[in-house]
Design a protein around this ligand. Structure first.
Ligand code: ME8
Length: 658
């Protein structure tokens, strides 16, 4: 990377299809890389766009009964609308039908021609429109293209050729001298052996259709769509004479899928060498997503996941987190809804969401919501351990983002999130709060905890910009115009924190079922909507729970369905305008919940904090006086003299009551 500059690109997508999970993946990864680099204060340029010429697009327009231009405008609008909905913030969007693009394609052609690398010949071969490339007989399976499942057509046409063969040795030398050019490393060998096996000159013009950029000096030909498309990375910078070109070229990363590696790692650097322009620093080919085991394809509706619809169902942050975290960049992966829900519940609701709500609930309750001043005299080795871990997580995350390994960056981030959750349990702020003279220690613990939350939020920001912004806001921090890579200790005491709704609500069984049914297309819209809204009564005609046994006795199996857990009350307050109700925040080990309990006439709010109680943890959430209640606390006795069920020795929060 040139000092302080970072230029990252996605492929420009064909407009024979709308954005889907695969194209969204590449674009979200590129966006996260750009956000990380911006957070490091670098001058970032992030480019995406659309590849609008060629036979494939001409064919798609014909099928849609539109002119290629009208078809292009229609699909391009969908791309331009989709990316911001996924919080993709590119600096530019290039369309190959723009004049600025054609200008550079012509310039590049002339440069290659001037280098003596273009000649007129005749092509006779098999052409796959899906690939927009000639294919060799040996690459076919049962006479069909392996990638597109269609038989290529025999084409005989006059064609201009690029002297690719001449660049065999220069390319091999370049790969040797620029070891970081093809990544991941595992993909490099396949390219090197392809080139070492011998290169044939490349056909770079077509006469069989007209939807393209005319060849300079011979308008009977249009420029081959791949030559046209690859040029976008430079045309978008205004070509070699442009200010942006001087600032950003060569690109730091062309992020692509493995399907188009050969075009980027062989043809593109050879064309640039011929045109006298430097090649990009790195082409990174990521892996392939399948959907529940199947290739994403127009003919398989179940694989046609709309990324924006999915983001509407689970939240943009959750979708982005999942895609970045689930699959190490470079590897193939299978998308399944169950694993999406699993990650949301485990990593986002349980780990990060709970960390935030636990921390804010305690600060709200114990210090009136003010970030306390830590007291160096009250610090312990445990605080220091958390600081060291936070700094190491930050540095490992940075290294991982630099290495183009988002999944590893998030793994490091989560080490901090989990350590911060453990820090709460180890330091028991609710006990400190009730111990006279422990105020300085309580202040130090709460400060350290909030600082860990803040650092974790900043580390999450490249992947989940909304969650990071929300955490900043709840911590009372000003919204940075630009995310900043965090430094431990920067959190100012005195800020006013603000509690709020769950950052990532847990997807409970019922909602999960509803979502799964919706995604499988199995729910009627009314039932799906009802279930998605979390309605708790079965609809008319639906079967309810099985009737109780006639003698009223439960089987052990039925009893064991009740999930009783040990919880510690970490905060309690009265519910406005309700004499009997207290709103409790309880710590269930890895999880914080809000429970509304009718015990206000038996207990004062302040006496409850720190108590261990028994919670029915799998009770359906309910709204009581407008407050969400996610469980029930066990108690016995008359209504004004209730006694809470508790324990006669210490048990860890979250432990099962049997
Ligand atoms: O190839 N898994 O455009 P394209 C992961 N216009 N990534 C996927 C994917 C999947 N299942 N499906 C698609 C083109 N992608 C040319 C590019 S660039 C100068 C010209 C992503 O619309 C992946 O990045 O077919 C792949 O390389 C790209 O979409 C192909 O997009």
């Amino acid at each position: 990377m040139r000092a302080n500059r970072f230029y990252v690109t996605t492929p420009i997508y064909y407009i024979n299809d709308v954005p889907h999970l695969g194209t969204a993946y590449t674009t979200i990864v590129a966006d996260a890389l750009a956000r990380y680099q911006r957070a490091r204060g670098r001058d970032v340029h992030f480019l995406t766009g659309t590849d609008e010429h060629g036979e494939k697009v001409e064919e798609a327009a014909r099928n849609a009964r539109l002119s290629p231009r009208a078809h292009a405008d229609r699909i391009v609008r969908q791309f331009k609308e989709t990316w911001p909905k996924l919080d993709v913030a590119s600096d530019d969007f290039i369309r190959t039908t723009e004049p600025r693009h054609a200008a550079f394609v012509e310039d590049m052609w002339k440069r290659m021609d001037a280098a003596g690398d273009i000649y007129l010949g005749h092509y006779d071969g098999l052409y796959c429109i899906g690939c927009e490339a000639y294919v060799a007989e040996g690459e076919l399976e049962d006479g069909k293209c392996k990638a597109h499942g269609r038989a290529p057509e025999r084409r005989q046409e006059p064609s201009y050729f690029f002297r690719l063969a001449k660049y065999q040795q220069p390319l091999l030398d370049f790969y040797r001298d620029s070891p970081g050019f093809i990544r991941p490393e595992s993909r490099k060998n396949e390219v090197v052996s392809f080139v070492a096996g011998g290169l044939r000159d490349l056909s770079i013009s077509r006469t069989s259709f007209t939807w393209g950029i005319p060849v300079p000096g011979d308008p009977a030909h249009v420029v081959y769509v791949w030559v046209d498309a690859l040029a976008n990375y430079v045309s978008a910078l205004g070509g070699p004479g442009g200010e942006l070109y001087r600032r950003y070229w060569p690109a730091d990363v062309h992020l692509i899928g493995k399907d188009i590696l050969r075009f980027h790692a062989v043809y593109w650097p050879a064309m640039l060498m011929s045109a006298g322009l430097p090649p990009p620093a790195c082409v990174f080919a990521h892996g392939w997503w399948s959907v529940t085991g199947k290739k994403i394809s127009k003919s398989l509706p179940a694989t046609r996941i709309s990324p924006t619809a999915l983001a509407d169902d689970v939240g943009v942050d959750a979708l982005r987190y999942f895609l970045l975290r689930e699959l190490p960049l470079g590897q193939d992966g299978d998308f399944s809804y169950e694993s999406l829900v699993g990650r949301i519940n485990a990593d986002l609701a349980n780990d990060l969401g709970n960390l935030l709500s636990r921390a804010l609930a305690m600060v709200d309750e114990y210090t009136g919501g003010v970030v306390p001043e830590p007291d160096a005299a009250a610090a312990t080795a445990g605080d220091e351990t958390l600081r060291i871990l936070a700094e190491s997580a930050r540095d490992r995350a940075a290294q991982a983002w630099e290495d183009l390994a988002p999944s590893r960056a998030l793994e490091a981030t989560w080490e901090l999130v989990r350590a911060a959750n453990r820090y709460i349990v180890e330091n028991e702020p609710w006990t400190l709060r009730k111990s006279p003279g422990k105020e300085p220690r309580l202040a130090t613990v709460l400060y350290t905890l909030l600082e860990a939350v803040r650092v974790a939020a900043e580390l999450c920001a490249p992947a989940m910009p909304r969650a990071a912004a929300r955490i900043r806001e709840q911590l009372g921090l000003p919204q940075a115009t630009q995310a900043l890579w965090p430094k431990w200790g920067d959190l100012a005491a005195g800020l006013q924190v603000r509690r709020g709704a769950a950052l990532f609500p847990r997807i409970d069984k019922e909602r999960e079922q509803a979502l799964l049914a919706k995604w499988a297309g199995g729910l009627s819209p009314s039932n799906a909507t009802r279930a998605l809204q979390g309605a708790d009564r079965p609809a008319a005609g639906e079967t309810g729970p099985p009737p109780a046994a006639p003698d009223g006795k439960l089987s052990y199996e039925e009893f064991s369905k009740i999930d009783l857990r040990v919880a510690i009350i970490v905060a309690a307050e009265r519910v406005k305008d309700a004499d009997r109700l207290l709103k409790l925040t309880v710590d269930l080990g890895g999880e914080t919940r809000q429970i509304v309990a009718g015990i206000a006439t038996s207990y004062a709010a302040g006496d409850l904090v720190g108590r261990r109680v028994i919670v029915v943890a799998n009770l359906k959430p309910a709204k009581i006086r407008g407050e969400r209640s996610e469980g029930m606390i066990l108690a016995a006795g008359e209504k004004d003299a209730l006694a809470l069920a508790t324990f006669d020795r210490e048990v860890a929060p979250g432990a099962k009551v049997k």
